[in-house]
Design a protein around this ligand. Sequence first.
Ligand code: C5P
Length: 237
Amino acid sequence: MIKSNKIICALDLPDLEDIKRLVYSIEYDILYKFGMEFFYNFGMKGIEEVKKIKPNCKIFLDLKLHDIPNTVKRSIPPLLKKINPDILTIHASGGRKMIEEAVKITNETSLELDIKRPLLIGVTILTSLSQGDLIEMGLNEKLENYVLNYAKLSKNSGLDGIVCSALETRNVKKKLGNNFKIITPGIRILNSNNQDQARVVTPKEAFNNGSDYIVMGRALISAEEPNKVIEKIISEV
Ligand code: C5P
């Protein structure tokens, strides 16, 4: 049995009223993920509207920051000031300098604002990518090796954890320790459609492999009864 606060619901819907209805209807204490689709549609104001429904809800701001170090550095303070997220993502492929600048400014800004420092999490190889996709990009090493390299770089540069598929979780935890957090998207309930995801697992497999959080998008937000899906995940693991 796992706690509901290990489940992250990705609010990837095109209509803010539908999103608000979904958040209102969820009876469990879960995290909510605001990604690019949400942010570019509804912005900071949209997040505020969702917060009105669940004022204490935990926020996973999945904007996957990726740019030159200075630009990433300057983009973080306004996000902390205006949103105060619990988790924030940046691309590990931005490299050591970008990651270190992000860590530094996050620490400084959290102190200055007197807020809880968000977990800074590195995105490794997207769960929609397969080995074949990497080869097409000229990346000929094994996919797991890239994930592990990005994970090591993330840890050595000060990040709190990474996003990767649960297929790589065991290996990363073994090499980098249990305190290094792993967030796993690409979750599918048995017999559901993989859609554009390539490296998928069930919630049970993800937690058994050692993931700290799972991200549930379409398998949860498109369900007829989302609470039943959450209840099933909690009781099965
Ligand atoms: O609908 P589905 O469960 O596939 O949604 C997965 C969510 O997790 C999406 O919001 C996607 O942006 C996010 N995500 C991902 N792979 C990553 C990081 C985040 O699928 N590496």
